[in-house]
Design a protein around this ligand. Sequence first.
Ligand code: ZN
Length: 248
Amino acid sequence: MNPNSNGHTNENRHARGNGVTDIPESKQPSSKTIVDFVPSEYDDLVVPGQGKLEGMTFTSNDQIEAAVQTILHEIGEDPQREGLRNTPSRVAKMYAELTAGYRVDPAAMINDAIFTVDYDEMVMVKDIDFTSLCEHHMLPFMGRVHVAYIPNGKVIGLSKIPRIVEMFARRLQVQERMTVQIADLIDAALQPLGVAVVAEGVHMCSVMRGVKKANAKMITSAMRGVFRSDPKTRAEFMGHVDRAHDHE
Ligand SMILES: [Zn+2]
């Protein structure tokens, strides 16, 4: 686990064109900050104004149905037998649902939930369950994410943090990138003194196949700002993460 390996150091964050608009203190409304956030290479998939997964509809897709039909046939199955007849359309709808995170508009998701406050202690949300699909095998991986940040004048509504996790989990992912994306979005939206994200995941591609390491958990982390530069702050966060495990 090397938080430096992703190449996103705190020093270069302002050079990465996150698109965050700095509003002068004097012009900030007391309880609202507008964030113009352009997050990723998937922008062309985003549905502008679609700030949540709830209410989305998932429809089938002819090409995916045909592809699933081919897979069924090629593994030696009879795609026409009763149990499999509707499988291609079910699978097509399932992929639409499990990858719906590409279509969520992050700005719409968080814009109305960023508040100006005078609070500079650690804010932490732990044990956020997630399920995702690994992009190497399109098999599930699942586990928990722990998120903390230290505000610098702005906080985000607590319910938004699990939503941010879900938006990034509902894509084809590698756990390392999901972890970094969660940290980077919070970093860009709040420009806090620091952000820390730890994810723990069990990957079905290693549970069900190959070496079958059923209980092996993958741990990934992304540290920004004071969580990177101050070992004491990082240790306090990791202490909270460890305590989360004491309840298991
Ligand atoms: Zn995999």
